[in-house]
Design a binder for this molecule. Structure first.
Ligand code: AMP
Ligand code: MG
Length: 489
């Protein structure tokens, strides 16, 4: 009996796209968590997945019928430097399924043992990064941000050696696909135009079927990826998300957030915020994410040049014109998003100045980004003054507040209606870094997964008030502050 209706289109591409490799079995698998809702969405049986055969698959101890395990090949710019060969060094794509909505989704094990792309790595993952990716990717989904998903996490019963010995774990990731900007770069670096074309056609069929009929489909593909990235990065900026490692091998061609490593949500607003311990120069700081996205898209455009025109100069002009649209696309998404966050339903010429003024006031007053927007909405009804408590510079904030109230007078919305709209886009619960660290600590030091379950439950409804869970809304106290996150690789 086939428990999983695999249909593996990527494995049907030529062999130079991947290496066929099976997961390496582990000693004593134990399920940490199965995402039953997602399993059902994928048309999989949660009871089977939780049973011995399902667990064996999720641990890499057996290969389910119909799977065709592969490690995909890709290249990438890491912190600006090009590596012509990276590839899945600790991830194995089991295969694809078509979900209940007809969407093709990858099922991939991360931490399932070495592959031909492992270089000096052990192919394994520690429980900490697995829990982090589980929590943050599911939180992003609940926040409405395009993202890969968490299907399961299992403990391997083995230890992995990092700075210390840590419990090993395997993460089962679901994605629209695992094709990255770096996948295109892999073939471009080898001047393999035939493979580039096959990959582009695969991506068009799979992610951007709308461009297939256009006059210049590869240009339309580039434009579609640019638009998807502009939208994605605007969404990140609007919730204070910092990816942490925006290397081109970590940028999904489908426009999903992928490869959660040392990612984090910003607490107090500061565009220079960086958490990642390996990002010494702040290349991937919160405020740098938009220009970095454009930089990455420029690398994609370069890889696609041979498909854009036979005349190289002409190809460059075409690519440049497409890239030139990124900033406007991004800005319009961002401004529209901030208007909603401020409860504005109309457009006025000075809105951008109003938004900027708030952000600058937040930065000077070290105000919490998430709570500022949420409490602006709260205070509308309760005549409250809880938002100003967040600001060290209350005088400056009061000045901004009266500007905002004047602006609101130009609209006829009731306070109740406006609060409802604002609460629908301004989350109360985000996966704050100190909470994630506490979850990981409990799991590693005490084998206690209750805090993990609790945090997941809280983050499943980020926009709802949840009585009794107020503590989860709060930024870290001074002693709880987490200054750096590690990707744990
Ligand atoms: P990441 O930082 O997770 O995006 O990974 C960058 C590259 O390093 C990818 O090619 C990964 O497959 C590889 N890699 C990361 N960690 C490991 C590991 N523990 N073993 C083997 N390869 C790894
Ligand atoms: Mg990666």
């Amino acid at each position: 009996m086939t428990a999983i209706p695999f249909d593996n289109s990527y494995a049907r591409l030529p062999e130079r796209f991947y290496a066929a490799v099976d997961p390496t079995a582990v000693a004593a698998p134990r399920l940490i968590k199965l995402n039953e809702t997602l399993a059902s969405e994928l048309g999989l049986d949660p009871d089977w997945l939780k049973g011995p055969d399902g667990l064996a698959m999720l641990a890499g101890n057996s290969i389910a019928d119909g799977a065709s395990p592969i490690a995909t090949a890709y290249a990438g710019h890491q912190f600006g430097g090009f590596s012509p060969q990276l590839g899945d060094g600790r991830a194995i794509l089991l295969g694809e399924v078509v979900d209940r909505e007809g969407r093709r989704r990858d099922i991939q094990l991360k931490g399932s043992g070495p592959t031909p792309f492992s270089r000096r790595g052990d192919g394994r993952a520690a429980v900490g990064p697995v829990l982090r990716e589980y929590i943050v990717s599911e939180a992003m989904a609940a926040l409405g941000v395009p993202t890969t998903r968490a299907l399961a996490a299992v403990l391997t019963g083995e230890v992995v050696r990092r700075e210390t010995l840590l419990p090993g774990a395997i993460f089962t990731r679901v994605a629209s696909s695992h094709i990255r900007i770096g996948t295109f770069q892999f073939f471009a670096a080898r001047r393999d135009v035939e493979a580039l074309r096959l990959l582009a056609d695969h991506v068009i069929t799979r992610h951007y079927p709308g461009v297939a009929g256009s006059e210049a489909p590869y240009l339309a593909l580039l434009e579609a990826v640019i638009a998807a990235q502009a939208d994605l990065i605007a969404r990140w900026m609007l919730i204070g998300f910092i990816h942490g490692v925006m290397n081109t091998d970590n940028m999904s061609i489908a426009g999903e957030t992928i490869d959660y490593g040392p990612c984090a949500f910003m607490d107090s607003y500061d565009p220079a915020t960086v958490f990642s311990s390996i990002d010494e120069h702040g290349r991937y700081a919160y405020g740098n994410q938009p220009p970095i996205a454009l930089w990455n898209l420029t690398r994609l455009a370069e890889a696609l040049l041979p498909l854009l025109s036979d005349d190289q100069e002409r190809a460059v002009t075409i690519a440049q014109d497409a890239l030139n649209r990124f900033n406007d696309l991004f800005q319009s998404r961002l401004v529209a998003g901030f208007r909603h966050k401020l409860g504005l339903v109309s457009e006025a010429p000075d809105d951008v100045l109003l938004i900027k003024a708030l952000l600058e006031t937040m930065q000077r007053g070290q105000a919490d980004f998430t709570l500022t927007f949420r409490r602006l909405g709260d205070d509308l009804l309760e005549g409250g003054r809880r938002c100003r408590e967040l600001f060290a510079n209350t005088g400056e904030f009061d000045g901004w507040l009266s500007r905002w109230h004047e602006r609101l007078q130009q609209e006829t919305l009731s306070a109740e209606e406006r609060q409802r709209l604002m609460h629908g886009v301004n989350p109360l619960f985000i996966p704050r870094n100190h909470r994630i660290e506490a979850v990981i600590q409990a799991a590693v030091e005490r084998d206690d997964l209750a805090p993990f379950e609790e945090l997941l439950a809280v983050l499943a409804n980020p926009y709802d008030d949840q009585p009794g869970r107020e503590a989860y809304t709060l930024p870290p106290a001074a002693h709880e502050r987490v200054l750096a996150t590690f990707c744990g690789t």
